[in-house]
Design a binder for this molecule. Structure first.
Ligand code: FES
Length: 170
């Protein structure tokens, strides 16, 4: 009889397993904070900086490391917008949809990006180069409509210009 290959692992873990060497890097972060649950946020932040996102496998490894339920980690990760449970692209495109940018055509820019890159808001291109987000005022209203790509702010962007801007990013 064939042995069952069933697994308790989620799909994410089946397709994106992390090696024991990678998990050991998390152990270093946890040890730096003396495995104290009080330091959960900085532990999660450093882990995300290292891996780019916080899938269930990493959350569970941290939970074991600091001896708290995995559900607690999941609650924190999903509460704060700056934590991601899915991989992000190399460059995060943030299209400002605050009032000034909205009235000056932010949605048309989003539509253009979506059709050119084949992704919707919150999604990442297949080549993992770009992730698209819509955000609130980024403090550059005088340059509306504004689009952030990575650390760069681009102002007075139009649907006609946005792809030229994105092509500058390798
Ligand atoms: S509304 Fe877009 S920068 Fe302020």
């Amino acid at each position: 009889m064939t042995e069952c290959k069933c697994s308790q692992e989620s799909n994410i873990e089946v397709f994106s397993p992390f090696s024991s060497e990678q998990l050991a890097q998390i152990d270093v972060i946890v040890a730096k904070y003396e495995a104290k649950p009080n330091y959960l946020i900085p532990i999660l932040k450093e882990t995300q900086e290292m891996f780019g996102y916080l899938p269930a496998q990493l959350q569970r490894h941290i939970a074991l490391g600091i001896n708290v339920p995995a559900s607690q980690i999941f609650g924190v990760v999903t509460f704060y917008a700056f934590f991601n449970t899915v991989p992000r692209g190399k460059y995060l495109i943030k299209v400002c949809t605050g009032t000034a940018c909205y009235v000056k055509g932010a949605m048309e820019i989003i539509t253009k990006i979506e059709s050119e890159l084949g992704i919707k808001i919150g999604e990442t291109t297949e080549d993992k180069k770009f992730t698209l987000e819509a955000v609130r005022c980024v403090g550059a209203c005088g340059l509306a409509p504004a689009v952030l790509v990575g650390e760069d702010t681009h102002g007075i962007v139009t649907p006609g210009k946005i792809m030229d801007i994105l092509r500058r990013y390798e």
